[in-house]
Design a protein around this ligand. Structure first.
Ligand code: 1CP
Length: 330
């Protein structure tokens, strides 16, 4: 999940002075804000500062980060014809997104082996939804409409995004990313039937193509199909090493669905960090005991909210490290 962000005053300072996408595009700044959370908390891994929306940008779309609102596309895709005329289907990813790879290489050097560095992308369906909706959406009805009435154009768009995403992941690993995560944050907006046709095949394609392109240099891969409990079983056969789950999914249910084929990551409700220290520590214990001692990466079920007190993040991280699986107590 996101580690950097507005809940940290030191991030707000860099963000106000430079602007979100300028940070992404300036390796020294991206490196600095990636390192900020590591200075405060004893995280066991770090995630490079970037955004899933650099891929639509690489495909020729404008994205602005609007204060208090989040990402906004001033001119979202209106129709398949609009897509044909405006989209860059085959960008030169290694050069257009070179700033991400430079940021990764610089950050690896600065981390100096203390913790591994994670690279990431947005999944094709999630990016398609942003490109058509023009930003976040409650219903994703504009993008889902394409899936029902413009099937061929939807597949063409998803395939083009997949090609860019594969290249972007391969370049991130070559630059030094030690694990690659694919965020399908909008998966839960689809039905199982739609996901089987428009989500899963592309996620599977990404894992197989990235791993075969990297060969012996392949790194583990994580898929996060947010809200898509019905996808867990099939995803556990889709060549990912880790499945990340949100707080709506029961750890025992996820273990049953995935049968030991993958590790699991997650899943405490980020709002639990608003609770008292005592309640939060107890909830961490319940979560760790439910997932068990192996095949597990502890994480939140989604990102940290901007109004979170950084002290609570420390309580969370320290509680995780204090937990003793042999005693099943803190
Ligand atoms: O800690 C880090 O450096 C993390 C880097 C990171 C990651 C992994 C950022 C920086 N964004 C992301 C992934 C991301 N971006 C996702 C997938 C994870 C998720 O579901 O949250 C998504 C959906 C986005 C798109 C996006 N970018 C949103 C969500 C908007 C919506 O629809 O609700 C937002 C708010 C952003 C801005 C953003 N990206 C990253 C940060 C730290 C921020 C906040 C920026 C700010 O507040 O200034």
């Amino acid at each position: 999940m996101r580690q950097a962000g507005r809940y940290l005053p030191e991030y707000r300072a860099v963000s106000q002075a430079n602007g979100f996408f300028n940070i992404c595009r300036t390796p020294e700044l991206a490196c600095e804000v990636t390192l900020q959370p590591l200075r405060r908390f004893e995280y066991d891994a770090s995630i490079i500062f970037s955004d899933i929306l650099v891929v639509p940008q690489a495909m020729g779309m404008e994205v602005q980060m609007v204060k208090g609102k989040g990402p906004v596309f001033p001119a979202p895709l209106e129709s398949p014809e609009d897509m044909q005329s405006r989209l860059e289907f085959k960008p030169d990813v290694a050069s257009v997104l070179s700033y991400v790879y430079e940021a990764i290489a610089l950050t690896r050097t600065n981390i100096g082996g203390a913790v591994p560095l994670i690279g990431f992308v947005g999944a094709p369906w999630t990016l398609m939804a942003y490109m058509i909706e023009g930003g976040g959406s409650k219903t994703h009805s504009k993008a889902k409409k394409w899936l029902y009435i413009h099937k061929a154009a939807s597949h063409q768009l998803l395939q083009a995004i997949t090609d860019v995403v594969v290249a972007h992941l391969v370049e991130q690993a070559k630059a030094g990313a030690q694990l690659l995560q694919v965020f399908d944050s909008n998966a839960g907006a689809l039905t199982r039937e739609l996901y089987d046709e428009f989500g899963l095949p592309y996620l599977t394609q990404i894992a197989t193509r990235v791993k075969s392109a990297l060969g012996a240099a392949a790194v583990p891969m994580t898929a996060f199909a947010r809200g898509a409990h019905w996808a867990l079983h099939d995803l556990s056969y889709s060549f990912y090493d880790v499945l990340s789950i949100d707080w709506t999914i029961d750890p025992e249910y996820a273990r049953t669905q995935t049968g030991g084929r993958v590790a699991l990551q997650g899943n405490i409700d980020p709002c639990y960090l608003y609770a008292s220290d005592e309640d939060l520590v107890a909830a961490v214990g319940t979560m760790l005991s439910a997932f068990g001692p192996t095949g597990y990466i502890c994480n939140l079920g989604h990102g940290i909210y901007p109004d979170m007190d950084p002290a609570k993040v420390k309580v969370f991280v320290d509680a995780v490290h204090a937990y003793d699986h042999t005693q099943r107590t803190l």
